[in-house]
Design a protein around this ligand. Structure first.
Ligand code: ARG
Ligand code: ZN
Length: 474
């Protein structure tokens, strides 16, 4: 049931006037009740109990779509924005939370009615004033107006994300926590949604975001760029890049649109590697199966504009001209991480292990380096043995060497155990089974065992969960 099929009922005019509401409230059950009722339902949980970030995300609803309208002035470093969030309630809600870091909330409505707003830390709580919040299964629309100077967030591992000011504009990066600095939402990777991101910037600058460009309109001295992402996206993969860009629209050999945006300062230095994107994507399709999104591409910023590259959906961000290896890595994430997304941040190795192993496969196919050799190197690298990849000790370790290097070693061990044919079948099957969805480490080990018909407990115990480096790599 959605809000259009609910029964509408009207509160007595006096009560409505007292509460400064419109004269109608909505009810999912249509019971004959002429009074403004006390709050029904219970508050949605403030987090989804992620092992590293328990308050990240929110319970009680599932977002299906974000429509973000952002107006940014780089000189003043000021963002004026509206977030329209369409979600389905998963319980009767008397109130619910959104994650938002900083910014001033200037207005909030739920299904067109004013909501009471309160804030504590990064939790924004909305209480529908009518007392009748969304009911279980109902689709509801929340609109939040907000403005201010969006923050840069320093991660547990000291890297900077959120809203970064760049040499000629700004860049939004969000893994793991940065997206809450520029829009309110359900920012845990388990709640994916489609997005429309419209960004207005001073004329002469461009605004690049995920998905496909729907329109570009200049009015007076401002230009609005409207980007559409039809396939589900986790919040940490959303990006906006504002500045001067050389843009190019092309296609892969099989016809997939490719859009690249490159900071003119690094255009020369990145021209050659960027030109390789269509072929890398095509190789990815052959190796991992159908490309999961409607377009591919890249955003290349100046060195120093950001501290890390990120696989932002459809258009990974690179701080400076990328190497082929890094391009392969971030493009492989489109399948592993972006389409098949971790259920919790603990499952991070499923992202980084696959993306790193993709580099080993690329080396095998194009650099004449057998994966065995990359494996042996990773095995000998002490840094890869700091902790088991499936159990990073803390949020500061989510991007530690074992998550990447030992994560890739786990996949190589699976390949050795089942043989090449079964292995590539598993890789493609994993991508298609969990396409546009979420999966955990347990989902992965169960899937591999089911597909191969093998009991691989010893492999998982040693390579995925083992605290110590085994005596030999065999
Ligand atoms: N996922 C990115 C990659 O492809 C790395 C993100 C690093 N984030 C951080 N907070 N250190 O490797
Ligand atoms: Zn990665």
């Amino acid at each position: 049931m959605d809000q259009w099929t609910r029964v509408r009922r009207c509160a007595p005019a006096a009560v409505a006037a007292l509460l400064a509401l419109t004269s109608c409230t909505t009810s999912a059950n249509g019971e004959a009740n002429g009074r403004a009722t006390a709050a029904s339902g219970t508050p949605g949980a403030p987090g989804v109990h992620d092992p590293y970030f328990p308050e990240l995300g929110n319970g009680g609803y599932d977002v299906t779509h974000y429509a973000l309208t952002l107006d940014y002035d780089p000189k003043a470093h000021r963002l004026e924005a509206t977030a329209e969030i369409t979600a389905r309630a998963t319980q009767d809600l008397s109130a619910f939370n959104l994650d938002l870091h900083g910014m001033n909330v200037t207005s909030a409505t739920v299904d067109g009615q004013k909501a009471v707003v309160s804030r504590a830390g990064d939790e924004l709580t909305l209480t529908p004033r009518s007392g009748a919040g969304p009911t279980d299964g109902e689709t509801f629309r929340t609109v939040v107006g907000y403005s201010g100077r969006p923050a840069t967030i320093t991660d547990a591992d000291e890297s900077e994300e959120g809203w970064l000011r760049t040499a000629d504009g700004a860049l939004a990066l969000g893994e793991p926590l940065g997206s809450m600095a520029w829009f309110p939402g359900n920012h845990h990777p388990s709640d994916k949604a489609s997005y429309d991101i419209t960004v207005t910037v001073p004329k002469g600058l461009r605004a690049i975001s995920n998905g496909e460009l729907r329109s570009e309109r200049t009015r007076g001295d401002r230009t609005a760029f409207a980007w559409h992402s039809g396939e589900p996206m986790a919040g940490y993969l959303a990006t906006v890049a504002i500045g001067k860009f050389e843009t190019r629209a092309t296609r892969t050999p099989s016809g997939l649109p490719v859009f690249t945006a490159v900071d003119p300062a690094v255009a020369k230095g990145s021209a050659e590697s960027i030109a390789g994107i269509p072929d890398i994507v095509e190789w990815g399709i052959k190796t991992f199966g159908p490309y999961p999104f409607s377009s591919a591409g890249a955003i290349v910023e100046r060195d120093g504009d950001a501290g890390y590259a990120l696989e932002t959906q459809t258009k990974p961000v690179f701080p400076g001209p990328p190497s082929d290896g890094l391009l392969v890595h971030e493009l492989a994430h489109q399948w592993f991480g972006n389409s098949v997304t971790p259920k919790s941040w603990r499952d991070m190795w499923l992202n980084e292990g696959f993306a790193t192993y993709a580099q080993w496969l690329w080396d095998e196919d194009f650099a004449n380096i057998p994966a065995d050799r990359n494996f042996a190197e990773a095995f000998d690298n002490k840094a890869n043995w700091a902790f088991p990849p499936a159990e990073p000790p803390s949020g500061a370790d989510l991007f530690g060497d074992p998550v990447y290097g030992r994560g890739a070693m786990v996949l190589h061990k699976v390949r050795e155990a089942v043989g090449d044919d079964a292995f590539f079948g598993i890789v493609r099957g994993w991508a298609s089974t969990h396409r546009h969805s979420n999966a955990s480490t347990d989902d992965f080990t169960a899937y591999v065992e089911k597909k191969s018909g093998k009991d691989l407990k010893a492999l998982w115990d040693t390579w995925l969960y083992g605290k110590k480096k085994p005596a030999t790599s065999r």
